[in-house]
Write a protein that binds this ligand. Sequence first.
Ligand code: ATP
Length: 372
Amino acid sequence: MAAIELDGIVRRFGDTTAVAEVSLTTERNEFLVLLGPSGCGKTTLLRMIAGLLEPSEGRILVDGQDVTTLPPRERDLAMVFQNYALYPHLTVERNLGFGLSVRKTGKQEIRRRVEEVAELLDLGHLLRRRPKELSGGQRQRVALGRAMVREPRAFLMDEPLSNLDAKLRAGTRTRLISLHRRLDTTFVYVTHDQIDAMTMATKVAVLNQGRIEQFGTPVEIYDEPASAFVAGFMGAPPMNLLPAELGAGYDDEVVVRAPGVEVALPLRAGADPGIRDVLLGVRPEHLVPVPADHDGPVLRGRVDIVENLGNEEIAQIEIGDLRVNVRGSRPIRLGPGDITTLAVRPEHIHLFARQSGRRLSWESAPVPALVS
Ligand code: ATP
């Protein structure tokens, strides 16, 4: 239900600034993922939303109500922890109902809600067991169920899938997506795993050193990363980033030069003409092996390693001192030692200012010529 607003949130621990001014607003029923590498401040931010930690500055609003100084139990938000935190001596049924009995909810009502949640999470056959008799995935579901019986305004989750193996992770993601749809509730989900963000989020906030690098839908973040940091964080393998220089071309175009590549791009008016040093970004799936005489932007290099992922292959190509990844359906038709020419469509080229890392916009109109 809840819409969450973070307004200028800062959190310091002594000399460390864990969260350095974060502002964002979610819609109601958003599945918000806070994504970023270790130490970027995600958990600190989530703990402040939960009320487990006070911000040094800023305000937190839930459905327009300022909850910044309210204790956790008065916020009506449920936190699901990474390490499950189940009571080991209680059965699954009592673990699920515990929070309600503490709140003096009637027995009938507790039974009704526990049964409903057990049904939703497929825990009905496990109600008599204790946590040690459950698998990691089952424990994770009980932890989630314990939060759900309270029917909170929002669920706050800190890496809830991190203890699960790859197959269970995938299954649990699907379950969370459908739960989010059925419960009509806001989820705030902390992870360093970009696949969690791509698959489940309606909105992603990518965090770097306590700041939001980008806030948008998973598609916006993947297709138009706002910075080289975001580009290098999203995707597996992530976007290839090659140091390049902008030089003057014909008419309105600029020429991007990097080892093994030279591409002419028409820059949109307003792009900062002062910037010379850039990073040229291309996603691995946008590099396509072509014949050597291909007409269009190309990179040339030597194939080093080819990894087989079953349905796809990933080839690592050496271009001078640089390495790029190419991803394609198997067989990708590249072998170690091959000299290869890789085409990229101009609209799949991203440019970032090398110094600030910020995205440079340019028009993706068809490019007349290119040289390799
Ligand atoms: P991870 O994915 O590793 O859990 P995170 O993105 O959740 O990382 P936080 O746990 O929020 O990161 O920590 C952000 C920064 O704040 C880190 O530099 C961390 O060392 C620091 N920090 C967090 N809690 C405290 C604390 N209680 N005292 C001092 N520094 C802290």
